[in-house]
Design a protein. Structure first.
Length: 434
C-alpha cells in the first residue's frame, strides 16, 4: 500500500532531514514510514489551526505539507492515513520476545494515526459521542459518573466552609486569603519553577542548555500552556484572567515545566529524535494518545516532585512569604484542594452532556458551579475550553490516574519511581503501556 502514501524518502534522507544519524538497530523501513507520518500530520495541520501543538523538524517538510494540502481533501488525507497504517502492519508483531523498541515504535505510530483519522472524521462534520471521541483520539476508555455520586464530597467541603450563600462563593471567599497579588505573581512563579527544576534535576539528567521563558498573558481558555520550541527550549505562558491561588504556582511550575511538558518534550528530542533518529517525535499532534501521557505525567509530576506534605511545607516557608500571604490556615486550604480535586470526574460528565446537546450552556454552567465549585465566570471559561478542545479534558484526570498507577507500581522507593517516570517521559509510551 506504499503507493497510497507520500512517496517515502529513503531512510538516510529521513534521518538527514531530521538532523540525526542512524544507529545500528534502527529499521530503515520504519524511518521511511516515520518520514511519511510527519509529512502527513503536517498536511492535516494545514486543514485545522492548532492541530499541531509543536513541530521543530525540517522546514522542508513543513513547506511540502503546505503545498500538498492545497490539492488534498479530508477524504484524500484519510486514505493516506490508512496507507501509512497498512505499511506499519508488518512491524506490529516483530516476533521478538517481549516488546522490542521497533514494535513499540510501530504501535506508537499506528495509534497516533488512528487519532488522526478520527480527527479528520470530526473535521468532516461527524459528531462522535464523547466516549467514542475520547477512544478514537486518545485511545482510552472513559467512564462517566452520575453527578449525584459526588454529593458526599460536596458535603465534606460544605462542612469545612460553613456559612450562607452558594458553596462555590463560600469557597472563593475562603480562598481569597491565598490569592497571589498580581505584582507578586512573577516572583512567586519564578521561585516555584526553580524549585520544581531543582527537585527534578536530582533524578533526571536534563539536556545541557535546556531553558524556558515565562510570560503572563490574558484572554485564554486555559490556565497555563507550554509551547515547546525545539532545541530544549519552551515558552511557558500563565493566564491571569482568573486570580491565581498559592498552590497553583507549584502546580503550574511542575505541569508546564519540571518534570512536566518541558521535560517530556526535551527528553523526546534528546533521546528519540537526536539519539535514535526517530523524526516522528519532532511533531506533537494535539489530539492524539500522546496527550494522555503528556497531561497525566505533567499532573502526576507535582506529586512525584513534592511527595507527602512537601508542597505545603515549600508554600509555607518560601512562596507565602514572597507573596505576602499569611500562613495560618494553609494546611486546611491544602486539604480543601485535595477534596475539590476529587470532583474532577464531574467535568467529563457535564461536558459530555453539553457537547451532545442534552443540556445548554446555561445548564452546563450551573452544573459547573455546583459540581466543580466554579464561579459563574470560571464556569463560562471552562466551557470555552470545552468548546475548543472537547474531549481533551479527560487527559488531565484520567491521564493522572494512569500515570500515578504505573509509577507507584514501581514500589515506594523514590529512586524507583523516578526511574519509571523517566521511562514514561523518554520512550514511545502509549496509554496502553501504562
Amino acid at each position: 500500500m506504499r503507493s497510497l502514501v507520500f512517496g517515502a524518502a529513503p531512510a538516510a534522507m529521513a534521518l538527514a532531514l531530521a538532523g540525526c544519524s542512524p544507529i545500528e538497530d534502527h529499521s530503515e523501513a520504519l524511518n521511511a514510514i516515520a518520514h511519511d507520518y510527519v509529512l502527513l500530520q503536517l498536511t492535516i495541520g494545514e486543514k485545522e489551526d492548532g492541530y499541531i501543538d509543536s513541530y521543530y523538524g525540517p522546514d522542508a517538510l513543513q513547506t511540502q505539507a503546505r503545498s500538498d494540502a492545497v490539492g488534498l481533501s479530508l477524504d484524500d488525507l484519510s486514505v493516506r492515513v490508512a496507507g501509512v497504517q497498512d505499511s506499519l502492519m508488518p512491524y506490529l508483531d516483530d516476533g521478538a520476545d517481549g516488546d522490542s523498541m521497533d514494535e513499540r515504535r510501530a504501535r506508537f505510530l499506528f495509534s497516533q494515526l488512528t487519532a488522526a483519522d478520527t480527527r479528520l472524521k470530526m473535521l468532516g462534520g461527524e459528531n462522535l459521542p464523547f466516549v467514542a471521541e475520547a477512544k478514537g483520539l486518545f485511545d482510552v476508555d472513559v467512564e462517566l459518573v452520575e453527578l449525584e455520586t459526588l454529593d458526599p464530597i460536596l458535603a465534606q467541603i460544605d462542612a469545612l466552609v460553613p456559612g450562607e450563600g452558594p458553596l462555590w462563593q463560600r469557597l472563593d471567599d475562603y480562598r481569597a486569603a491565598f490569592i497571589i497579588p498580581n505584582d507578586k505573581l512573577m516572583p512567586v512563579m519564578d521561585a516555584a519553577i526553580a524549585e520544581c527544576r531543582r527537585r527534578t534535576a536530582e533524578y533526571i539528567d536534563l539536556p545541557e542548555g535546556e531553558s524556558f521563558s515565562l510570560e503572563l498573558v490574558s484572554d485564554k481558555p486555559w490556565g497555563g500552556y507550554n509551547y515547546y520550541q525545539g532545541g530544549f527550549h519552551s515558552k511557558i505562558e500563565v493566564n491571569t484572567d482568573s486570580p491565581t491561588n498559592l498552590s497553583r504556582a507549584v502546580d503550574l511550575g511542575c505541569h508546564e515545566g519540571y518534570p512536566g511538558h518541558h521535560v517530556l518534550h526535551s527528553l523526546h528530542e534528546q533521546e528519540n529524535v537526536n539519539k535514535r533518529g526517530w523524526i516522528e517525535f519532532s511533531i506533537v499532534p494535539l489530539f492524539s494518545p500522546i496527550a494522555v501521557v503528556a497531561e497525566g505525567s505533567a499532573n502526576f509530576g507535582v506529586e512525584l516532585a513534592f511527595p507527602g506534605d512537601e508542597q505545603l511545607e515549600f508554600e509555607t516557608n518560601v512562596l507565602a512569604p514572597i507573596a505576602g500571604i499569611e500562613t495560618d490556615g494553609l494546611a486546611d486550604y491544602a486539604n480543601l484542594s485535595k477534596l475539590t480535586a476529587q470532583l474532577r470526574p464531574a467535568q467529563y460528565a457535564i461536558s459530555a452532556s453539553y457537547l451532545a446537546g442534552d443540556i445548554d450552556e446555561d445548564e452546563a454552567a450551573r452544573l459547573y458551579e455546583k459540581y466543580r465549585l466554579s464561579s459563574p465566570e470560571r464556569a463560562r471559561q471552562s466551557l470555552r475550553f470545552v468548546d475548543k478542545y472537547r474531549s481533551y479534558i479527560i487527559n488531565y484526570g484520567l491521564g493522572l490516574d494512569m500515570v500515578r498507577a504505573s509509577v507507584e507500581a514501581a514500589g515506594p522507593d523514590q529512586d524507583a519511581r523516578w526511574a519509571r517516570m523517566i521511562e514514561i517521559l523518554s520512550e514511545p509510551t502509549l496509554p496502553s503501556d501504562l
